[in-house]
Design a binder for this molecule. Structure first.
Ligand code: ADP
Length: 397
């Protein structure tokens, strides 16, 4: 069975065609600069040169037309006809409270995605447009929506509620939702496999550290707590997002600088985090290099990131009622031995001990703790596309 996975960002679109008989990638690609001059599609097939088409693409619908053209192209295509594709899995940011599982798209599901644009203004509109474009271009093909928020819907109310007047929950559904759910869910299946234990036998902390970062406390395969909130702004310091700060900082700066909510949102989402502190970059490779060369603010941004990861890690170990393992994933979690080492440093007293030789790896599944470390520490590269493809296949079968 062949499944197409579509991930629409605000101005980009990633796609991947998977053969689910052996869970392999048949081909994949990226559309960049949708709605911005210079849009193009880069279509990659193993063993062939990239096929690049530069053309004006005003919205996601036009972009998806180019995707279907590329995958059926006579010379560079990966299927002879679109009939070979059994279903399409879409990554959708925010499913709110009503959607706690991947679902086959119906009019009602589209309404819910629309309803949640208020919480995901940068992603939900593009996600929806991607779905509608597929419905139009390949009518009758099942579309499945897989939500970043869904995996976290098992959190109990005393975790997802904010201590503000209850009426705001009733009126606006303001609560913690959590994100990166597809990644944390993938890890919740893969880590027990790597450890050779049942999914319901372990409690662990999943650390997705990338451009956006979040931790999830996972109890017997289910999410118990996670660090992102109503939006992906809460929690850790990220590439350009502030994560947790005293809310008064927000109102103070707005008053002093005479800023609109929109402007303040941009500052907190795009100009804060590691970029805001370092004044240099949001990319952790640049920051690590600069810190090595003595750049004090790059070092400060890294130290601030690490202490926040440690802080949530400690909190989640306390919440889990016994923690068996920690998994690092995401661009930073998979690739940076320095960050992993800094996070786990001086935690021997709670049973976490990293083996420097085992930790000296990038992007592969490996145990990185010592044999006598009570809590086992692993690197487990995430695979959100595979998770979406599996969820899609299970629903359309
Ligand atoms: P996204 O959240 O956009 O999916 P990723 O998970 O791909 O992001 O993570 C991107 C981040 O991973 C960037 O900050 C990048 O610097 C970081 N990263 C990638 N490789 C390394 C590395 N070798 N060392 C440190 N950071 C790395």
């Amino acid at each position: 069975m062949k499944i197409l996975i579509i991930n629409c960002g605000s101005s980009s679109l990633k796609y991947q065609l998977m053969d689910m008989d052996n869970e392999t990638i048949i081909g994949k690609g990226l559309v960049e600069r949708i709605g911005i001059p210079g849009s193009r599609i880069i279509h990659e097939v193993e063993g062939m040169n990239d096929y690049i088409v530069e053309a004006s693409m005003n919205d996601h619908k036009e972009a998806i037309k180019y995707v279907f053209d590329a995958i059926t192209d006579e010379k560079h295509g990966i299927v002879k006809s679109l009939d070979e594709i059994s279903g399409i899995g879409h990554r959708v940011l925010h499913g709110g409270e009503k959607l706690s599982e991947p679902v086959i798209v119906t009019d009602e599901v589209k309404e819910i995605i629309k309803e949640n644009i208020k919480f995901g203004p940068l992603h939900n509109p593009g996600n929806l447009m991607g779905i509608e474009a597929c419905e139009e271009i390949v009518p009758g093909k099942p579309n499945v929506a897989v939500f970043d928020t869904a995996f976290h819907q098992t959190m109990p109310d005393y975790i997802y509620m904010y201590p503000i007047p209850y009426e705001y929950y009733k009126k606006y559904a303001i609560r913690k939702y959590g994100f990166h759910g597809t990644s944390h869910k993938y890890i919740s299946y893969r880590l027990p496999e790597v450890m050779g234990v049942g999914r319901e036998e372990i409690n662990f902390v999943s650390c997705h550290l990338g451009n956006g970062s979040s931790l999830a406390a996972i109890r017997k395969g289910k999410c118990y707590d996670t660090s992102m909130g109503l939006t992906p702004l809460e929690g850790l310091e990220m590439g350009t997002r502030s994560g947790n700060i005293d809310p008064t900082v927000v109102t103070f700066i707005m008053e002093e600088e005479n800023l609109t909510p929109q402007q303040m949102n941009t500052i907190l989402n795009k100009e804060s985090g590691a970029l805001g502190v370092s004044g240099l970059s949001s990319d952790f490779r640049d920051l690590e290099d600069a810190a090595d060369e003595g750049n004090e603010r790059a070092k400060l941004a890294l130290d601030m990131f690490v202490i926040r990861v440690k802080r949530f890690l400690g909190a989640y170990i306390a919440e889990l009622d016994g923690c068996d393992a920690i998994a690092f994933t995401g661009g930073i979690g998979e690739n940076s031995k320095t960050i992993r080492d800094m996070v786990c440093k001086d935690l021997e007293h709670i049973g976490i001990k990293i083996d420097p030789e085992r930790n000296d790896i990038r992007g592969k599944e490996q145990l990185i703790s010592t044999d006598d470390s009570k809590i086992k520490v692993y690197v487990v590269p995430t695979n959100e596309e595979l998770m979406i493809a599996r969820d899609t296949m299970n629903l359309i079968k």
